[in-house]
Design a protein around this ligand. Sequence first.
Ligand SMILES: Nc1nc2c(ncn2[C@@H]2O[C@H](COP(=O)(O)OP(=O)(O)OP(=O)(O)O)[C@@H](O)[C@H]2O)c(=O)[nH]1
Ligand SMILES: [Mg+2]
Length: 511
Amino acid sequence: MTDPGRLTGPLSVAVANLCRRLQPQVSARTAAGFAEVVRRLSAPLQVAVAGRIKSGKSTLVNALIGRRVAPTDVGECTRLVTRFQYGTVDRIEVVFTTGRKQVLPFAPDGMIPAELGVDIAEVSHIEAYLTNAVLQDMTVIDTPGLGSLDAASVSRTEQLLGAASQDEGSDELDETSRNAVAGAEAVLYVVTQGVRADDQQALAAFTAATASREAGPVNAIAVLNKADTVAPESVRGAGDDVWKAATLLAEKQAALLKPRVADVLPVIGLVAESAESGGFTSADAEALRQLSTVDEATLETMLMAADIFTSWECDVPTGTRLRLLERLDLYGIRCAIDAIHADPEITAGALRRILLESSGLAAVRSRLNVVFAARADGIKAAAALASVTALAHASGDPAERQRVHDAIEVLLAKPEAHQLRVLEALTLVVAGAVDMPEDLAEEVLRVGSNADIAAQLGMPGSDRQELAAHALERAGWWRSFASFGATPAQSRVAHVVHRAYFLIWQQLRAQ
Ligand SMILES: Nc1nc2c(ncn2[C@@H]2O[C@H](COP(=O)(O)OP(=O)(O)OP(=O)(O)O)[C@@H](O)[C@H]2O)c(=O)[nH]1
Ligand SMILES: [Mg+2]
């Protein structure tokens, strides 16, 4: 049985208890599914990194894990789903569609080998167990690019995200149940400057694959990767500042992708990967130091384009320049040289930190913490409840379905579980399943996707009395909206929001 101490929080505990209580009252098949739901509830949050082909997903995964382990650019592995999870010993396994597993040696450079040496058509996915601490809180799932012409790998991704847990002691589960249980719980969506309206479709298609769970602002964020390649002259108001251009572009994309994602943050995955994973060495720092002594006009010319940079006559060997380009691209190289000009004595370590800062990774990490880690309990519990419902439906037994439905209703009626209802309502509104005037939709979003009361009420910095008065006022407003001004679907959402405000008010009063 799962150790309840490892569950993420009170909502997860409540859903795990519901599963355990129901287990003796349902069919063996459903009970096995519930056991799997409980097991997943105590596992770290499953975050899928998704996006178009070659958008830099694997590079970003390496940066987040802090280790260059996922193959980038070429090789058959980029066509496969790889799950990076915490382990006490580094180990890679190929999981075949039959369920058979085969341990795979790391490549000499410490990465997952780009070619597996097995028939890729028979491979389900790769499991990588790594000792890196980041993975204790989050399992990172690297996915092949969406929008690739290779339909086979897209459909494999969809299947695999649904079946990713098949190798973990759940042999008694049939495929329907497995699909009802598995899948990613949160999405980190990687876009580049070419994002178009149809990327929203790509996002929707992806979420359909994450175990039929909707992604929304609660469990999805996006990054604008390759920020270094944004041409500042293509973005109004950016001047000649690349980072500013990327930030403005990210804001525009946020409006385009809203409300499916909480945020779009600019990032330079490549520089982040090099700075975080040991890819940037003291030899690289030395090479940059040497480059920084080249006269300014020549440097400007060299930094205009990659081929000029590598082919221009210069004391730094071409091979070294190629390596710098591969690790930092022109933007990172320029950034490092600027830092050396500002402080010629700068150490390799300090240079690495400056590169890391310039990559924007810190903001992505902190957003991941705010959006995912802080909400992991709610996200995991909501995903688990969706699985429980799907399992009951898949049973084909109306009595069983009713029993499970009733138990869920009892759970959701408790004040401490009301947040799950709010998340559900929020998802309905965001996905457009319930039509709401824009200002009301915004309000539902704010109440549902913030953990802090002042943020929920949109009144940061207010005192308790002001907050309580506002909560009570909004509770009253939503109650009358539920009764008078709403369609039946709106009315159901309005009741949930009313109660959320009421519970906030109660909590403020009790403090
Ligand atoms: N200039 C620049 N290049 C990047 C950045 N991030 C990734 N790249 C490059 O983009 C290419 C593709 O990166 P990957 O990480 O393999 O992309 P992917 O999305 O995993 O690709 P697939 O798995 O094949 O879909 C590589 O050559 C990376 O070096 C970035 O921030 N800036
Ligand atoms: Mg990849």
